[in-house]
Structures are given as C-alpha cells and as structure tokens.
Ligand binder design. Sequence first.
Ligand SMILES: Nc1ncnc2c1ncn2[C@@H]1O[C@H](COP(=O)(O)OP(=O)(O)OP(=O)(O)O)[C@@H](O)[C@H]1O
Ligand SMILES: [Mg+2]
Length: 497
Amino acid sequence: MKKSIPWIIKYRPKRVEDVVNQEKAKELLIPWIKKWLSGNPPEKKGALLWGPPGVGKTSLVEAICNEYNLEKIELNASDFRRKKDIERIALVAATKRPLPPKKGRIVLLDEVDGLSPRGDEGAISAILELLEKARNPIIMTANDPWGQHLRPIRERVLMVEFKRIPKTKALPYLMKICESEGIYCEKQALAYIWEKNKGDLRACINDMQAIAEAYGKITLDLAKALVVERDRTLTPWEMLQHLFYAKYFWQAKKAVTSTDLDYDTLFLWIAENVPKQYGDDPEDLWRAMEALSRADVYYGRIKRRMNWSLLPYYFEMLGPGVALAKEKYHKRARWSYPEKITLLAKTKEQRRIREELATLLSLTQHVSKSYAKAEIIPLLKFIAQHNPQYFARLALGLRLTDEMIKFLAGKEYRTVIRIKEKLLKEMEEEAKIRAAREAKEYLERKALEVVEEEKVEKWEEKKEEKAEKVEKREKKERKREERRGGLTLLDFLNKKK
Ligand SMILES: Nc1ncnc2c1ncn2[C@@H]1O[C@H](COP(=O)(O)OP(=O)(O)OP(=O)(O)O)[C@@H](O)[C@H]1O
Ligand SMILES: [Mg+2]
C-alpha cells in the first residue's frame, strides 16, 4: 500500500455531528457561538476547550467553522509567544469583520498551555487584552489549563471540558475508518489499540494507519507487536475520579502521582473536594480530613527543612489516606475547582482595580487617594447602580476604563456600557456636525473678508484717482492764472519798466 495522506486529516470531522462523544462540550459551545452569530455577543468573549489530547477539541472548532461558514484564524503557542505578535495578528483578526461570503470569524489560539509561566507573561496579558476587545469569538485549547499562570484566562472564559473517548464510542468510529479504507481489521485489534492509547483517538488512528500501511491489515497480533504504550498524565478531574474510586492502595497513589499539578495545587484540589465527595458520611469525612491534615504536616516539614525524603509520605496521605478513608460507597459529587485559588485571584483583581480607580480620581479630582476610596468610590458605586444613565456620562467624563465601570456598576455593567457607547456615538455625530458647521462658517467668513479687502482696495484706488485729479486741476488752474496774468501788481509794474 502506498503512503497516503494522514488518516487523521482525511477523516477529520467535517460537521459538528461527526465529532463523537463530546455532547456536553457541544451543549456549551454551540449556544455560545450562536450568540455571537446573532449579533448579541456573550459576556465571556473567549472559550477554553480543555481535555486530554486527541479527543476532538481542534476538530470541533473546525467543524463549527465549516458548518456555520466561519473563517478560522489560527495561531499556535509558538506564534503567540510574543505580545507583539498577538497584538499584530490576533487583535486585528479579533476586532475586524470577515470578508464575505464568510459570516464570521473565529480566532483559535491552540495549545495555550504551551505558554511558560515565566517568560510568557506578556503573551498572557496580551490574550487578556484580546478577550477585552474581541468582536469575534476567541477559542483557546489546552490539555492542562490548570497552571497558575493561566488563572486569569480561566476566570474570563467559558470553560469547556472534553472527555476521553470511551471504548463503546471509539470502536465503531475506528471500524468505520477501516471500512472506508477497505482494510481487513479485527475488532480485538482496535480494542487493544484503544486500550493502549486510553481514549486518544488521534493516537489510535495514527497507530491503525501505521499498521495498515506496513501490513495491509490490522490484526490483534500485529497490534500487540507494534503498538507501544504512551505515558500520560491525568487532568485534575480524572485524578479525583481515580482517587475517590480507587479500590487499592497503589491505585490511589498512582492517581495523585500522575498529574502535572504542583504539590500545593494538588493539595488544594483534594482538600476542596473531599467534603463534597464524603460529605454525606461524617465518619468517612473525618478520616479523610485526618489524612489531609497529616499530608499538610508532612508538606510543611518538607518545605521548612527541604526534606524531600518525606515526599512519599505526603503522597501516601493524600492518595491512599484519602481514598481508603471511606467505608461506604459515595456517589460522585459535583467536584469543583479549588475555591481558594479563585477567591484569592478575584479579590486581588478587585483590589488592583480599586487602587487604579483611586489613583485616577485623585489625579483628576485633586483629592487624596484615601479620600477617593472612602468618599468618591462608594458614591460612584451608588450612582452606577441606581442611575446608570447618569453614571454613563460620569464614566465618560472621568475616562473610566471598562474594567473600572464593571467594578463600580456590578450588575448594571452591561447597561452602563450600552449607554456609554450610545453616548459616544451621539458625541461623534455631534462632533461631525459641529465640524461641518465650523468649516462652512470659516469659508463664509473667508469669502466675506475677500469682498471687504476688494472694497478697500477699490476705495483706495479711487482715493488716489481723486488725489491725482485734484492735483491736475490745481496745476491747470495755476497755469491758467499765469496765462491770465496772474502776476502781482509789483511784477506787472516791473515788467512795464
Ligand atoms: N471526538 C472525535 N470525533 C471524531 N474524531 C476525532 C475526535 N477526537 C479526535 N478525533 C480524530 O483525531 C484527530 C485529532 O483530533 P483533534 O486535533 O481534534 O484533537 P485535540 O483534542 O485537539 O488534541 P490536542 O489536544 O492534541 O490538540 C482528528 O483529526 C480526528 O480524526
Ligand atoms: Mg488540538
């Protein structure tokens, strides 16, 4: 068999319905896109599609673009490392309308988890700016969106989780590809390939193509000989699943040691969700909390004394200690992202905005920052929430940023922004009319000045003409007098002599 185009490209989903097993993700993402298309953009300008590799994140975005006739502007992590690049490419793409016949545009920032916590802060702040200004949907993808450095992004976007593809959904899908290729394929072989790749469809399809191209068929023996197991890490949610439902010590330990989370964050994830998962049984909960507090003690010692030999005990308490604390079965609770991290980030953000606002007010209103904080900000808050119309004018006058408006107006934020934009438009119109009127007046004035100048010139010419005439007349008169003997009597007598 000759080498053909990669199957992952050939069989990439064309339509939304072709993307298998991501119904939940579609339920979140499609209404969000539709909002954009209806001309009434959602409050969150970005969406972050996250989940393990090869489960359809990029594919779903492409299918949406196909189906809704949208243009896709795609940037990879390496393209948007530098703040300048994002500003140059993405900002233009995100704020301008597309060329017909495309109905809209999606900006896809693929693999944002490729940004490094140090070194790429510029890129992250540029993405945040992009999210503020975007007039088109911004979609990001990541395998692991839980890095501390991505927190500000997480908080401003719609988080859409993608799950691994279970065997029941994956096998029929993979089988169809074999049928389309006309390749003999054993079902157990596909099951084995799926097992080794743990739900990563891209890896499954690549393995299938590799075997098929070498041997013209896919059998279990070939699969066993050729497919190697890939290392993989668990997402925090998968870690919780493995942890809370571990039956054996080693399973629980594997769960907590197979994530990319740092030790602090791992602790927060578990501590946040233990009360949720075990909350219906006080004894199980008590035992799990006991294990957590021991883990905390170990970790404290590790940090204080740099005694890393204690790390296995930390993992033992956090993993098996928590998992085996339960004596009864608990059904899956609604787990959540650690509150503490979100809360800290939120209040920090609020403090920063308040500080900037106080600085702005102190400069423009000539008051101290503490006066601005104590007197003006509460007043502005009150006005914003009770009279958005009036507040919008104030916001314009004070040149408040959208962020500050949001801080002050709270629930009324959108109303204020709407009024502000309307006012701005009106002001622009007024300015245009004023400029036109002023231009007209200027021209008229100029024309009048010319007329005046001409008049003055004519008048001066006439004056000169008159003076000349007078002079001529005088000369003539003098001559005539001379001729008439305009001499004095004395002259006359002298002549006679
Ligand atoms: N849910 C799915 N339905 C149909 N095909 C899929 C699905 N997931 C993956 N595939 C197949 O795998 C290939 C790779 O998928 P895709 O690029 O969408 O993965 P991804 O989730 O974006 O992964 P990564 O995180 O590595 O970017 C696709 O071209 C498609 O052939
Ligand atoms: Mg992708």
